[in-house]
Design a protein around this ligand. Structure first.
Ligand SMILES: [Ca+2]
Ligand SMILES: [Ca+2]
Length: 243
């Protein structure tokens, strides 16, 4: 009598060994990781673009407001009231949140945080004249970390106008205020340029984003936009608002 010997399983029949399964799972994990990482990076890019667009639209809306009213708007009354505040007596009081209701503008940046706003008191509390002096300045840092003026100067005068108004987002990380007015934690001891932007009220930093805690000025992700004095005064002159 001959014993029947079962035929050896073909490759297709025997299924996966544990080692093969482990290799497949490893490859799937690699693929998923590779897909998820760019997704969060893409979201950051989108949020940044959305923020830059909102800030640029606000700059345009400010020119429109000035042409109609002869002055710039004051900051929002509060984090939850976008009407412009009553007279802002000094530089600090004229720094706050964008008056989104007065401008019919965006209120939040791409990360859902309130857009910040700092305006020269003399240009927001009364009609702008040819003797009004814009007093906001923007600094950056060169390779050696030394601050230098991107806009404005140490001495703001009528022939040498500084910046009328600064509009900015505090970015994805460190500082910021939520839609409901909750102030978010700073969370860093090294981000001194972002700390300077939080405080203002007249000089602001604009730098290339960095996560490096050891560079001069520290980590930075704020997005700063400004309206130049020459743009504002030229537009007012062209519209017959200034002689
Ligand atoms: Ca920031
Ligand atoms: Ca800090």
């Amino acid at each position: 009598m001959r014993l029947a010997v079962p035929p050896a399983p073909t490759f297709a029949q025997r299924g996966f060994t544990l080692v093969e399964l482990a290799i497949v799972m490893f490859i799937v994990a690699l693929l998923l990781g590779g897909m998820l990482l760019p997704l969060s990076a893409q979201q950051d890019v989108r949020a940044r673009q959305e923020t830059e667009r909102a800030l640029s639209d606000i700059r345009d809306a400010l020119i429109g407001f000035a042409l109609v009213n002869g002055r710039l708007p004051r900051p929002a009354t509060s984090a939850t009231d976008g009407a412009e505040a009553a007279i802002c007596a000094n530089d600090a009081a004229c720094s706050g949140f964008v008056p989104w209701a007065a401008l019919s503008s965006a209120k939040l940046d791409g990360w859902g945080r309130l857009i910040r706003y700092s305006v020269t008191p003399a240009l927001a509390n009364s009609s702008i004249t040819l003797s009004s002096v814009a007093n906001r300045t923007i600094q950056t840092r060169g390779a050696a970390g030394v601050p230098s003026y991107l806009a404005g100067s140490a001495s703001c005068t009528t022939p040498n106008q500084c910046i009328p108004v600064v509009i900015f987002s505090q970015g994805k990380s460190r500082w910021g205020t939520t839609d409901t007015g909750v102030a978010l934690a700073d969370g860093s001891a090294t981000n001194v340029d972002e700390d300077a932007n939080e405080t203002g009220p007249t000089n602001y930093f604009s730098r290339t984003p960095s996560d490096n805690t050891t560079v001069t000025g520290g980590e930075f992700d704020d997005i700063i936009v400004w309206l130049s004095g020459s743009t504002l005064f030229n537009r007012l002159v062209a519209a017959g608002r200034l002689p």
